[in-house]
Design a protein around this ligand. Structure first.
Ligand SMILES: NC(=O)C1=CN([C@@H]2O[C@H](COP(=O)(O)OP(=O)(O)OC[C@H]3O[C@@H](n4cnc5c(N)ncnc54)[C@H](OP(=O)(O)O)[C@@H]3O)[C@@H](O)[C@H]2O)C=CC1
Ligand SMILES: CC(=O)N[C@@H](CCC(=O)OP(=O)(O)O)C(=O)O
Length: 345
C-alpha cells in the first residue's frame, strides 16, 4: 500500500479532530498538513489534549498550508467558506482528490443550492463535477471522482434506510414522515448560546421545522431513487447527548417486504446492519463507529411500517464516511482504517 499524504482543512473542529482520530490508525495515510482559523499557529494538542501523544503538524491558516506534497484533501470547514477554498486548492493542484464534509458540494442543481443556502454558488463548475458521497448508493461514481460532497449527518441516516425502499417502489412516496434527532456535536465546536449545557440539558426540542437544509438533499437523492419528485416531511430535533443521529421514519408499505428489501440490499455491506424483524436499534450501539443500524417494526395497522435508523454523526455521518469515500476514490479496501467497534457502555 503506497502512503497517501493527507491534509485536513478545519482540523481544529469536531469533524476535523474525528478525522485525525480515524486516520491515525489508517495504514495508508500520513497526516501531512492541518488547517485552522482562530487556532492557527497552535499545536493540535493545545486544542484537543487527547492528541498529545501524536506527532502532528502545527495548525496553519489556509494560505500558509502547502498543497504540493498532498494527495488527498479533507475539507471540514463551515458551509459557505468551502467553495472558494476548494476552488483555490484545485486550481493550485488539479490532481488532488478532495472529500468535502460541508454542504457546499452536495446539491447538483445550482438553483437548489441558491434556494436553500441563500446565495449563488461560488464554484458552480466544481459543483457540477462533484459526486454525492453516499458510498452505499453511488460507489461506482465515487470511485472515478476527484471531488465528493460527503452527505449530511441526518441525510445519511435517512437515505440509507429509504433509498432501497423508494427504488423498489415498496413505499408510498407521497406519505413519508421523518422524525429525526441529533446529538449536540452535530452543531460543531464553535460557541453558540443555544448549545450551552444550561440551554440544552434536561430538555428536548425540534428546530428548523419544515425548513431544515437537509430536506434539499433528501429530496434530491430520494427523487433520483424513485425516478420522480419525492418531498418527504422532515423534522430534526436536538437532544442532550454528544454523538448520534436517530431517525424514526413512518412509511406506508408492507413491513415484512420492507425488511426483506433492506436485509437483501445490505447483506454484503460492511457498514450497514439490518436488525432482525421487529428489533429496535439504539444510538449507543453505534457511538464511535462507522456503522449504521436499521430496524423495521410493523405498525399495529396493516400496511404501515416504522423504520428506524441510527449512526454516529461524527463517524458515519461525517468523518468516517469521508474516510470511506477516500478509500473508494483511491482504490483502497473500503473498510481500511474504519473497523473500530462502537464504544460501550
Ligand atoms: N459536526 C457534525 O456532526 C457534522 C458536520 N458536518 C459539516 O462539516 C463541516 C465542519 O463541521 P464541524 O467540524 O462540526 O465544525 P467546527 O465548527 O467544529 O469546525 C470548523 C473548522 O473550520 C475552521 N474555520 C472556521 N471558519 C473558518 C474560515 N472562515 N476559514 C477557514 N477555516 C475556518 C475552524 O477553525 P478554528 O477552530 O481555528 O476556528 C475549525 O477548524 C461543516 O460544514 C459541517 O456542517 C457534516 C456532517 C456532520
Ligand atoms: C445539531 C445540529 O445543529 N446539526 C446540524 C447538522 C449537521 C450537518 O450535517 O450539517 P451540514 O449539512 O451543514 O454539514 C444542523 O442542524 O445544522
Amino acid at each position: 500500500m503506497d502512503t497517501l499524504n493527507v491534509a485536513i482543512y478545519g482540523a481544529s473542529g469536531y469533524t476535523g479532530a474525528e478525522l485525525i482520530r480515524l486516520l491515525t490508525l489508517h495504514p495508508a495515510v500520513r497526516i501531512t498538513a492541518l488547517s485552522a482559523e482562530s487556532n492557527a499557529g497552535r499545536p493540535m494538542a493545545d486544542v484537543f489534549p487527547q492528541f498529545s501523544a501524536l506527532d502532528l503538524p502545527m495548525l496553519q491558516t489556509l494560505k500558509e498550508l502547502d498543497l504540493d506534497p498532498i494527495d488527498v484533501l479533507f475539507c471540514a470547514l463551515p458551509h459557505g467558506t468551502t467553495q472558494t477554498a476548494l476552488k483555490a486548492a484545485l486550481e493550485a493542484k488539479p490532481s488532488l482528490k478532495v472529500v468535502d464534509l460541508s454542504a457546499d458540494f452536495r446539491l447538483a442543481d445550482p438553483k437548489d443550492y441558491a434556494a436553500w443556502y441563500g446565495h449563488k454558488h461560488l464554484a458552480p463548475e466544481l459543483q457540477s463535477e462533484a459526486v454525492y458521497g453516499l458510498v452505499e448508493v453511488h460507489r461506482a461514481a465515487i470511485a472515478k471522482a476527484r471531488l465528493t460532497g460527503n452527505p449530511g449527518c441526518y441525510t445519511t441516516t435517512v437515505l440509507l434506510a429509504l433509498v432501497p425502499l423508494v427504488a423498489a417502489q415498496a413505499i408510498d412516496v407521497e406519505r413519508i414522515v421523518i422524525d429525526a434527532k441529533s446529538g449536540m456535536t452535530g452543531a460543531g465546536r464553535a460557541a453558540k448560546m443555544g448549545m450551552l449545557f444550561s440551554e440544552v440539558s434536561e430538555g428536548f426540542h425540534a428546530y428548523s421545522v419544515g425548513k431544515h437544509r437537509h430536506t434539499a438533499e433528501l429530496d434530491q437523492e430520494l427523487s433520483i431513487a424513485a425516478g420522480r419528485p419525492v418531498t418527504p416531511t422532515f423534522t430534526p430535533h436536538l437532544v442532550p447527548m454528544n454523538r448520534g443521529i436517530y431517525a424514526t421514519i413512518y412509511a406506508d408499505g408492507d413491513p415484512m417486504r420492507l425488511h426483506t428489501i433492506l436485509a437483501d440490499t445490505y447483506a454484503e455491506e460492511p457498514f450497514v446492519t439490518v436488525l432482525p424483524f421487529g428489533e429496535v436499534p439504539q444510538s449507543r450501539h453505534v457511538r464511535g463507529s462507522n456503522f449504521t443500524r436499521i430496524g423495521v417494526v410493523p405498525d399495529r395497522r396493516a400496511g404501515k411500517t416504522i423504520v428506524i435508523s441510527t449512526l454516529d454523526n461524527l463517524v458515519k455521518g461525517a468523518s468516517g464516511q469521508a474516510v470511506q469515500n477516500m478509500n473508494v476514490m483511491c482504490a483502497l479496501p473500503e473498510t481500511t482504517g474504519l473497523q473500530q467497534l462502537a464504544l460501550f457502555p
